[in-house]
Write a protein that binds this ligand. Structure first.
Ligand SMILES: [Mg+2]
Length: 216
């Protein structure tokens, strides 16, 4: 865990979902594999050729953008895949239920946190997949708001979903804390905009949040 910044007054906890609320790299990697497989079908080329194309686009972007990297969604957009296609492929292909199970410790943790904070999840996945993921982990009840790319229409890194959240809850952005596993995707822009930011390396670190936040 790395605590980058904690505002004095925190009212909203904004969690990333993938690899923040679960550790299964197997599930995470299955998403990449299934999506690339679907993309290969769509482009009518082999999986390997598709991988090479995606890698080349990312490499080119890194070279011209000070080593910043593109998310998968942004990369396939460069290949002509619309946000609508991206969304329907994800909803059709990803199966969190095949990889994840109930996490009672996580549920207990979130139950404690929701007594003090408003809770939301912001994901670069779709809201449907996000909700199914929260459900199989047994924590969907703790997230009254889930913003996926079908709602924000932009994938992180962008302030769009965070700004939508601030507006919806009528709470200033600098009273919100972003918690996620990727600095450049989940934390960098929120920090620049006055939000708090905590980097999570494994879900066991999420279990520590109640005691960490109590001590500030
Ligand atoms: Mg993540």
């Amino acid at each position: 865990m790395k605590i980058h910044y904690l505002p004095k007054f925190i009212r909203v906890l904004v969690f990333d979902i993938d690899l923040t609320l679960y550790d299964s790299h197997e599930y995470y990697d299955s998403q990449k594999y299934l999506f690339m497989h679907r993309l290969a079908q769509h482009l009518g080329i082999s999986y390997q050729e598709t991988s090479n194309k995606v890698a080349a686009i990312r490499e080119e972007y890194r070279r011209s953008n000070e080593k910043r990297s593109l998310t998968l969604g942004q990369t396939v957009f460069e290949l002509g895949i619309s946000l609508e296609e991206n969304i329907s492929w994800r909803n059709e292909l990803f199966q969190p239920e095949d990889f994840l199970t109930l996490d009672l410790k996580l549920a207990k943790t979130l139950e404690i946190l929701q007594k003090t904070y408003q809770m939301a999840a912001v994901t670069n996945n779709t809201s449907t997949i996000g909700l199914r993921t929260l459900k199989v982990l047994g924590v969907n009840d703790y997230f009254p708001i889930v913003i996926g790319i079908d709602i924000s229409k932009e994938s992180k890194p962008t302030m769009k979903p965070f700004n939508m959240l601030a507006e919806k809850l009528n709470i200033p952005i600098n009273q919100m804390l972003s918690i996620g596993d990727r600095f450049a995707v989940d934390l960098e822009l929120p920090l620049e905009n006055g939000m708090g930011g905590i980097l999570i390396e494994q879900v066991s670190e999420v279990y520590e949040l109640p005691s960490i936040l109590k001590n500030i």
